[in-house]
Ligand binder design. Sequence first.
Ligand SMILES: [Mg+2]
Length: 223
Amino acid sequence: MSNALDWARIDTVLLDMDGTVLDLAFDNYFWLTHLPAAWGKPRGLAPDQAMQALMPHFIGLRGSLLWYCLDHWSELLEMDIVALKQECRDMIRFLPGAQDFLQQVRASGRRLLLVTNAHPDALALKQSQCPIHEYFEGLHSSHSWGRPKEDASFWTDFAQDCDVDLSRSLFVDDSEAVLRGAVAGGVSQVCGILAPDTSTPARQPFGDWPHVHGLGDISVSTR
Ligand SMILES: [Mg+2]
C-alpha cells in the first residue's frame, strides 16, 4: 500500500497524534469508560446511564473544535478533565511501529511536523508520557488557529504560518473527515490509518486514498 505514495514529491511529513502516532485506546477508554463512570458516580448514575446522558453532547460536538476543548468539557461536566485524564495516563503509548517510522522520516532529511486537534493541555499530558517532542520539528495544535483540521481553511493558514508547501507534503491521519479537510485544503498526498486503537479490530478502508494499518507499514524512501 505504501507504494501508492510518491516519495519523490514529499518534502514534509505531517502527522496526526491520537490514532496515528499514539494509541487511540487511551482516548477511547477515557471518553467511553473512565469519564462516564467518574461523572455518573456522584450523580447516582450507572456507567451506561451516564453514557446515555453524555452521548448527545458527544454527538453534537463531533468535528468541531469544542469537542477537543478540555476547558469546555470541564465546564460543561463540572469536572477537572485534565486531572481525570491523569488517572489513566499509563495507557498513553506509541502505536506499534510509530517510533521506527518517525526515525526513518528524520533520517531521510524531511521535515516532520505533528498536527493535532488535541487541546494544548491534552498535548502536554501525552508528551509527559511519550517523548513525541524528540522526534518532531514542531508540535502544532489546531487550537492555535481557532479551527479544526476538518476545516479546509485551517490548512491554508497553517501552511503559511509554518512555511509548509502543501503540494509537496504527506499527511497521515485516522479520521476520514480530517483527511477530506486536508485534501480540500491543498495537501497533495494523504494516507489513512486503519488500526488506530490496539484494543479494537482494524477498520475497512475509507475514502479514496492509500491506507495502512499503521505507520510501521509505510516504508520511507531516502532522498
Ligand atoms: Mg486521530
